[in-house]
Design a binder for this molecule. Structure first.
Ligand code: COA
Length: 536
């Protein structure tokens, strides 16, 4: 394979300026992640640990094999929402390694409002389950939750993509043969009682673990019966009398040890295979990405320089290198696994869209996973391009990406605007995982353009009605709030808070994140390819 030869001058002022800027963005990201992981009230911390319970991140560290990575899902979901304290949406989840295999590990953070579920928590639970189902990952679920966050019940309970869907999904997982180990470490109340009930195995911790359809306060209110949580749904009741739980644990550590033993005994199916070879580090340091990515999102640069710092040996077999040059396509390996890469190098023209569609079909037909490095201002517009059929050609790429059944992964390494988001496998196009970089911006179009469109519509209306056109002051009065709203809604933190992605990642870690996710995706069998490849 051809090695990408870099043209980056690491001693230039421009490189140093970009490096400093991007290192600053990564430092800000690390600080936000630290706060989300650690900032808890002293009261909540004391209440939790005084019961002998381990904090959620400690629980996760102990269930995983020592010194193995944990690919956390959306650690900044819920960022800035509600009172600003619903860190990670009150739920820590992700892919980790247990006895050498990838498992999906989920756990409530009981130090965030008793582990109760806000609307964003439910959205994250459903995203977790989507990852589990698409990648057929076995699950460990550590439950410690006050159930629905009651003041927000209208946003949590009744609709299709709300709380009930969690248990429906558990039944479907079970039908597909996905093992689910529930560890009851705190309360599982009301609907939450179904989380262990629907699982393959239930481990329950003495004293702190409790399962009931109605907790003690509700039982008292409804029937007048006064009963303690332990007598109502503790481990003694469920392991000795009801049979709801299968394994009795003395404490958190014991429960985690039982779960690890269970995981070892489960006969997981053989993983799907993709062409692979010995992993190799890139020829260039991935941290050089900091000095390559421009400080302004719209500024062009050669995306091959980024590819060179993500793929094994910086080797890249470029497909159609001289055609449709605003989209770079080609084959490479990431941590030894073969992938097809599509990366933006400018606006999408007809030729680049056709090339993209053909390349996606080739990879799909050869069962090679797809990696999209998305940095897209949109498709080209204007009379000439409409007449040439840009909509028709864009459709081919959108259709090819939608229908591809190989695992797809998207990293938004810059802007994501307009239909370019769709063609480059945005969230709605089913990538198994989607991450962003801290410089990321996303909206239907740029804020300035949206403001200009709205001013233009208003001027047309006034002209049509024979009225006086807007003066400069009035134009700014319309423009300003639009630009401000787009600025706020379109930054990486606003997007990840709403779970439009699976997390903001450090650009220098992109290759490792992709490597673990690629490996995890192979737990699901690959569907057969359904039609021939078209040379458009
Ligand atoms: N909705 C809203 N807030 C909730 C909540 C819920 N379902 N469950 C807990 N909380 C809040 C508490 O109000 C408290 O908030 P604060 O710190 O601002 O005062 C915080 O979470 C911690 O709760 P606390 O009761 O102090 O902690 P605990 O460790 O003693 O008990 C629970 C935790 C979950 C056992 C207990 O809070 C409880 O029983 N919650 C209600 C469970 C229930 O009936 N849910 C019905 C869901 S349909």
């Amino acid at each position: 394979m051809q090695v990408i030869e870099t043209r980056v001058d690491t001693s230039s002022d421009e490189y140093k300026r970009r490096y400093e800027h991007n290192v600053g963005l990564v430092a800000e990201l690390r600080e936000n992640l630290r706060k989300a992981a650690e900032e808890r009230s002293e009261k909540a911390f004391k209440r939790h640990t005084s019961q002998g319970k381990l904090p959620i991140r400690e629980r996760i560290a102990r269930i995983l094999d020592p010194n193995t990575p944990f690919l956390e899902t959306a650690p900044l979901a819920g960022y800035g929402m509600y009172d600003g304290g619903v860190h990670a949406a009150g739920l820590v989840s992700g892919v980790g390694i247990i006895h050498g295999r990838e498992w999906y590990v989920v756990g409530n953070d009981a130090m965030v409002k008793g582990g109760s579920s806000y609307p964003i928590t439910v959205k994250k639970s459903l995203r977790d389950q989507e990852i589990i189902l698409e990648n057929r990952l076995p699950v460990v679920n550590m439950i410690d939750s006050g159930g629905a966050f009651l003041p927000e019940q209208a946003q949590i309970f009744a609709d299709k993509w709300m709380g009930g869907r969690v248990f429906y999904n558990q039944a479907i997982m079970s039908k597909l043969g996905i093992p689910q180990i529930a560890i009851v470490m705190g309360h599982c109340t009301a609907g939450g009682a179904y989380v262990p009930a629907m699982s393959t195995f239930v481990v329950q911790v003495k004293k702190t673990g409790a399962i009931f359809l109605g907790g003690p306060p509700l039982v008292r209110a409804a029937t007048g019966e006064v009963v303690s949580a332990e007598d109502l749904g503790g481990a003694d009741v469920h392991c000795s009398q009801s049979g709801v739980a299968d394994f009795y644990a003395e404490n958190d550590e014991h429960a985690l040890a039982i779960a690890r033993d269970l995981a070892q005994n489960i006969n997981l199916p053989t993983k799907a295979r993709v062409p692979s070879r010995e992993p190799q580090d890139p020829k260039y340091d991935p941290e050089e990405i900091y000095g390559i990515v421009p400080t302004e999102i719209a500024k062009p640069y050669d995306v091959r320089e980024v590819i060179a710092r993500i793929v094994d040996g910086s080797e890249f077999e470029e497909f159609k290198a001289r055609y449709g040059t605003t989209l770079v396509t080609g084959f490479a390996h990431i941590h030894g696994l073969k992938v097809g890469i599509l990366a933006n190098n400018g606006v999408l023209f007809s030729e680049s869209a056709l090339k993209g569609a053909q390349f996606v079909q080739i990879c799909d037909s050869m069962r090679i996973p797809l990696v999209f490095l998305q940095n897209i201002m949109g498709f080209i517009i204007g009379r000439e391009y409409e007449a040439k059929g840009i909509t028709k050609d864009g459709h081919k790429m959108v259709a090819a990406v939608s229908c591809a059944t190989v695992p797809k992964f998207t990293v938004m390494i810059g802007g994501s605007f307009g239909a370019g988001n769709y063609a480059m496998c945005g969230r709605a196009y089913g990538p198994r995982w989607l991450w962003t970089w801290p410089n990321h911006r996303i909206s239907v179009m740029g804020g300035e353009q949206a403001a200009d469109v709205l001013v233009s519509i208003k001027q047309d209306q006034l002209a049509r009605d024979g009225e006086q056109l807007l003066d400069e002051g009035a134009i700014q009065w319309i423009r300003q709030p639009v630009v401000e709203v787009y600025e706020q809604e379109g930054n990486a933190y606003a997007a990840t808070s709403k779970l439009w992605d699976d997390g903001i990642i450090d650009p220098a870690k992109t290759r490792d994140v992709l490597g673990l996710a690629l490996s995890a995706s192979l737990n699901a069998p690959m569907d057969p390819f359904g039609h021939g490849v078209f040379r458009f």
